[in-house]
Design a protein around this ligand. Sequence first.
Ligand code: BEZ
Ligand code: FE
Length: 297
Amino acid sequence: MSTQINDAVRQAAREAGLTEEVVASFAASAAPRLRDVMASLVRHLHAFIRDVRLTQAEWDAAIAFLTSAGHITDEHRQEFILLSDVLGASMMTVAVNSPARSSATESTVFGPFFVEDAPLIENGDDIGGGMSGRPCHVSGSVRSTSGAPLPGARIEVWAADDDGFYDVQYEGAALAGRAHLFADDAGAFEYWTVQPAAYPIPHDGPVGDLLAAAGRSPMRPAHIHFMVTHPGYETLITHIFVEGDEWLAQDAVFGVKQSLIVPFVAHSAGPGPGGRTLDQPWSSAVFDIALAPSEPE
Ligand code: BEZ
Ligand code: FE
């Protein structure tokens, strides 16, 4: 063998040997799951570094990127969730944890704007007070995948206003555009909010820089978030997306699923649901939700 080939073989063996050495260092982990996850992580990480022949300068840039993601992260801003989102890692985690069940409502990304303990509202209440945007009536039902209504299902909703901002993004703002309510005896729910608008994910940090460098848009199509729970059923974390939104095909976080796109029907001023008379145009959307039982039925 020529010296060149000898060197290449020695180099490959050295690289492969390092991977095995690091994998072996986790072999005695008390938890087998930790051992297996770390072994796979190390193998994929090393394979990636070898595949792209990562330079020292690129590794340094990666460390600087993660450091600045840490610096910008606080109780209101979670840059690591954004990073996971724009890499499709959040949606891949959703995908592997919610196996396709044809009759269950599909899941999508959670996002960073959920708030625990959002106010309890009654069916028919309005959570849009103080937010900009035209009134929007949202109604629907919660059923099991076998079609049985699920009275008492807990429904958390949260959405941005028509400027594309969540309440928590305003300095010192009160909670708005978010609430929880319970499905009634027939499994039905309804509430008023404002028509959501497309908005950019926070892009004034390292994740925004990455998107800009890649020529990618930070926009998300207009949507309303839902988290629906009922004892005995899988928790559903999902959105409804506004049919016709120009960003549906380019969601920065890859969250759009065809089954979650619903019409938001435009209405002129006048009588609306629940005896309400609207003095301006309004819209309405219907979302019928099917929860999968925790144990197959
Ligand atoms: C959201 O829809 O709230 C969201 C999801 C991912 C990243 C940023 C925001
Ligand atoms: Fe959102």
